[in-house]
Design a binder for this molecule. Structure first.
Ligand SMILES: *Cc1c(COP(=O)(O)O)cnc(C)c1O
Length: 367
């Protein structure tokens, strides 16, 4: 039998988040069915990418759409698109593109671990202080694009996105929004591009619950068309980021499902689950459980912050995170520091909240 157990791997309950290291999210039956059906026939892959993109664009209210092998891949390709849009001859030069526009501007606070996806193209980041004057002074003939990372990198000190876009427009520089984890709300699929961002990027394997190895690029047709020649099935910078027919159809099904989903009912489940966690855990000595909002990635869903007094519980939060992991069934919770962790309802299957609660009652009252 080809399954996880046969490899000595215990599947886990995910009370952490849509994190890649634990598999992102789970594909619903509609997505699996679409992938299964897609796997049964040969098709023209470039044409499929176009048709899937057209449908996703129409459904999400965008000019164009493109399926990538993840949001990180979309970050890399969108940076490349901003070079290629004026200079298709850069295609054979990546990553040696010093003779092309090779600067990506970013506000200092937005630098993060996905920077590498941009630098792989040969482009460099130019960091600016969060001030409109700094942005204006930095824009020059080498500026290819401006990156905006939406989520916990975004802060009140930033130049607001609207202003970044307005300033960028003065010099015809595309603004790319990495919104990989910014679903829900579903409206975000068109929010950033409606604001004037050239491209908005989402993970297919987070809350969309598409195939784990997919991402979505939404926005300007000229930029999306610019990367087709260098992307699978064609050869170039994007060829190692191949997307299969199963992933394309799976992501399409995931988007269709997500647009029809009862997001209010889902938010209610999360609220109820957090409430239940709080009611169950707060009577325990040395434990405080409270609703926190929004969650770690800034998604508009609540999660439960658990604060423990190590003296009363007999363990630090870090030790407890490990205990949850070692528990049967294994449970991933979101670590914060030596006194706090979070329980995230967004990745739980219905019914698993009770398993998580019971594990909490067992592990937190062990003193
Ligand atoms: C998750 C995430 C990514 C990477 O997404 P993948 O689909 O796993 O490649 C990029 N940027 C941000 C802000 C993310 O949260």
């Amino acid at each position: 039998m080809t399954d996880y157990q046969s490899l000595g791997i215990r599947p886990m309950i995910n009370a952490y988040a849509t994190v890649t290291k634990y598999g992102g999210s789970l594909m619903p039956p509609e997505v699996l069915a679409a992938m299964h059906a897609a796997a049964g026939d040969f098709v023209d892959l470039a044409l499929l990418q176009r048709r899937v993109g057209e449908r996703i664009a129409r459904l999400t209210g965008n000019e164009a759409a493109y399926v990538t092998s993840g949001a990180a891949a979309a970050i890399m390709l969108s940076a490349a698109a901003c070079v290629l849009r004026e200079r298709p001859d850069a295609a054979t030069c990546f990553p040696r593109i010093a003779s092309f526009k090779d600067e990506a501007i970013v506000q200092r606070g937005h630098r993060n671990q996905y920077d590498f996806a941009v630098r792989q193209t040969g482009m460099k980041f130019v960091e600016i202080e969060p001030a409109p004057a700094a942005l204006r002074a930095t824009i020059n003939e080498r500026s290819a694009c401006i990156f905006w990372f939406q989520g916990n990198m975004t802060s009140a000190d930033d130049i607001p996105l609207e202003d970044v876009i307005a300033i960028a427009d003065e010099s015809d520089i595309p603004v790319i929004v990495d919104a990989a984890a910014q679903l829900p709300p579903v409206e975000n699929l068109s929010r950033f591009t409606k604001m004037g961002a050239a491209l908005a990027i989402f993970s297919g394997g987070k809350d969309l619950r598409g195939p784990q190895a997919t991402g979505l690029m939404l926005g300007r047709r000229d930029l999306i068309d610019a990367i087709r020649p260098i992307s699978s099935p064609n050869h170039g910078l994007g060829r190692p980021l191949k997307v299969g027919k199963e992933e394309m159809m799976g992501l399409l099904a995931a988007v269709e499902r997500y647009l029809k989903l009862d997001h209010d009912a889902r938010a209610l489940y999360c609220e109820d689950t957090v409430k239940m966690f709080c009611q169950s855990l707060n009577p325990l000595a040395g434990v405080k459980a409270e609703r926190a909002f929004p969650n770690e990635a800034g998604q508009a869903l609540p999660w439960c912050r658990v604060t423990v007094d190590p003296a009363a519980v007999g363990k630090t939060a870090e030790e407890l995170v490990q205990d949850f992991f070692d528990h049967d069934p294994s449970i991933a919770v979101s670590p914060l520091n030596d006194r706090q962790f979070h329980l995230n309802p967004m990745t739980l299957n219905p019914g698993e909240e009770l398993v998580v609660r019971d594990a909490c009652l067992q592990l937190l009252s062990k003193a």
